[in-house]
Design a protein around this ligand. Structure first.
Ligand SMILES: Cc1cc2nc3c(=O)[nH]c(=O)nc-3n(C[C@H](O)[C@H](O)[C@H](O)COP(=O)(O)OP(=O)(O)OC[C@H]3O[C@@H](n4cnc5c(N)ncnc54)[C@H](O)[C@@H]3O)c2cc1C
Length: 508
């Protein structure tokens, strides 16, 4: 609880750029917004500002490389989405280092899991993390988007109230050379923290959920797994919950073709490790992470190595690491989670060595930054509900389709998806601003403790869908000189269609 305050002295801040559209946050969502804006209105100047030194957000810094293609083609083979997200995937896959399952799908030999009742099976296919970054840079360059890295948006400009609602016509940023101002007509907030709404309207403009329904978590990549030993001796006979693909023969085929396989379970191995080395169990508990009850193991890369006339298949696995059910906008708790997730990652690597084939595995890569799932929820003209998500809602102001991300798991019905209405991108009481990325307007934990609609919207692919729409809306607002709340929806939908966005409901 804060008890002391200091008034920050006023100061003159140099204006670094004066642009039409400012996009805050440079993940694939921010890039989608910025590139789509430029494509919709090539005359508009677009600046993308990112606080880190790379594009790609959580996909790159958090190593979340599984851009679920079930959000594009569902488990009935129906098309739910295309647009700039599919274009990004195609370009990433063309670089040649991503899981071949993606290429199968793009070439029309998929989805590989057609009619699998558990939509989750479509989720865990990896793209190449370095190719993601490169493609995002290339797309910005091609479109003429100006990218500013190492620049954190830290505040709103003095508010303009000419329209009757407060608007910040730009933002203050903190750069390596100190504070600067950016002037902009429209801001698209892809920060995933609803930062701009927070800076402009504070608690009147955002919801900060009380219930910790979703954790902070980081991936851990572990390399040098002897796949032959693991597949032949390590899997069967242990307790596992999900196995993809289906049987030992298919897993082995996947290994040889460099395709992923995914397994969840192994509580018996965790118990064995913790019983044998109680100090490991104690150290893990001390991190404050949610107790470890299973491993979620997915290969991100498999390598064929010839050694002394012998062929070996080595696996690099992405493992869901320690997770923390702490408040994700509390600076001290976030910092503690960041430090402890890294300690937890090292412990996990030692626990994994109890799996057959994992004896010589080592910690290959840890995240640049822990992953967030539940931060601030911006308040829009409409809040998407759990009911909308589950009932395959239809809206006249549809700007794209969502498939439900994790909430579709095990539920074939949910894979038909729902319309995302434009109103979830438009602030209720702020002008000059649009929401993008995973933070759009959804119902609060007061109505739905599990935050289903937020969970549905935190998938990478749907975050791209909404961001493309926000970028286009910003571009059209600049062109027509209107505020987002007054944008003609038919114009927006026409440009969305022109940019290959799916607005139609697939046949059920
Ligand atoms: C462990 C874990 C596993 C997951 N697995 C999957 C999965 O398999 N598939 C899937 O689809 N989703 C998965 N998710 C969810 C998914 O990763 C995220 O919800 C998604 O990446 C969020 O994308 P985003 O663009 O909304 O936000 P982010 O990727 O967080 O991007 C926000 C960007 O804005 C920047 N930024 C923030 N504030 C500012 C500021 N003030 N100034 C400048 N820049 C700023 C950030 O640095 C960042 O680059 C997972 C999440 C976690 C934590």
């Amino acid at each position: 609880m804060v008890t002391e305050f200091i008034t920050e002295p006023a100061k003159k801040v140099p204006v670094l750029k004066d642009v039409d559209i400012l996009v805050v946050g440079g993940s694939q969502s921010g890039v989608a917004a910025a590139v789509a804006a430029k494509r919709a209105n090539p005359d508009a100047t677009v600046l993308l500002v990112e606080q880190e030194g790379y594009l790609g957000g959580q996909s790159v810094g958090g190593m979340v490389v599984h851009w679920e293609f079930r959000e594009y083609t569902n488990n009935k083979g129906q098309v739910l989405a295309r647009g700039i997200g599919k274009e990004m995937i195609r370009r990433i896959v063309e670089k040649g280092h991503s899981d071949p399952l993606f290429k199968d799908w793009l070439d029309g030999r998929g989805p590989p899991f057609k009619d699998v009742p558990d939509g989750r099976a479509h989720a865990d296919i990896p793209l190449d993390v370095n190719d993601i970054q490169l493609v995002l840079i290339e797309m910005c360059e091609e479109a003429g988007v100006v990218v500013l890295l190492h620049a954190k948006v830290v505040g709103a400009l003095p508010l303009d109230t000419a329209t009757g609602f407060p608007a910040s016509r730009g933002a203050f940023i903190e750069t390596i050379d100190g504070r600067r101002a950016i002037k902009a007509k429209i801001i698209v907030d892809c920060s995933a923290f609803a930062d701009m709404a927070w800076y402009i309207g504070g608690k009147d403009a955002v919801i900060i959920p009380e219930s910790q329904a979703m954790s902070m978590q980081a991936y851990v990549w572990v390399d040098n797994v002897d796949l032959e030993k693991f597949v032949k001796e390590g899997i069967w006979g242990h307790s596992f919950q999900i196995l993809y693909p289906k049987d030992e023969k298919q897993i082995w085929e996947h290994v040889k073709q460099g395709k992923t396989f995914v397994i969840r379970g192994f509580a018996d191995i965790i118990n064995k490790a913790f019983d044998t080395e109680p100090d490991l169990a104690e150290a893990y508990e001390k991190t404050g992470a949610v107790p470890l009850i299973y491993f979620w193991l997915k290969t991100v890369r498999t390598r064929k190595v010839e050694c002394g006339g012998e062929t070996k298949y080595l696996g690099n696995f992405a493992i869901e690491g320690p997770q923390f059910l702490w408040r994700q906008v509390d600076p001290m708790l976030v910092s503690k989670a960041e430090l402890n997730q890294l300690k937890g990652a090292h412990i996990l690597t030692r626990v994994h060595q109890y799996l057959p084939g994992w004896e010589k595995a080592f910690l290959d890569r840890t995240v640049a930054k822990i992953g967030f799932r539940e931060t601030r929820i911006p308040i829009g003209l409409y809040a998407l509900t759990k009911h909308d998500v589950y009932s395959h809602a239809k809206f006249d102001d549809v700007i794209g389709r969502g498939s439900g991300h994790d909430i579709g798991r095990g539920n074939v019905e949910a894979e038909y998806g729902y319309d995302v209405p434009y109103r979830v991108l438009v602030p209720a009481k702020i002008d000059g601003l649009l929401f993008g990325a995973r933070t759009v307007s959804v119902e609060s934990d007061k109505n739905d403790e599990g935050l289903t609609a937020l969970n549905a919207h935190r998938g990478i692919s749907v975050a791209i869908v909404v961001s493309q729409a926000s970028g286009i809306a910003a571009a059209l607002c600049v062109k027509s000189k209107v505020e987002p709340r007054n944008l003609e929806i038919k114009k927006l939908q026409a440009e969305l269609r022109r940019q290959d966005v799916v607005l139609e409901t697939p046949r059920q």
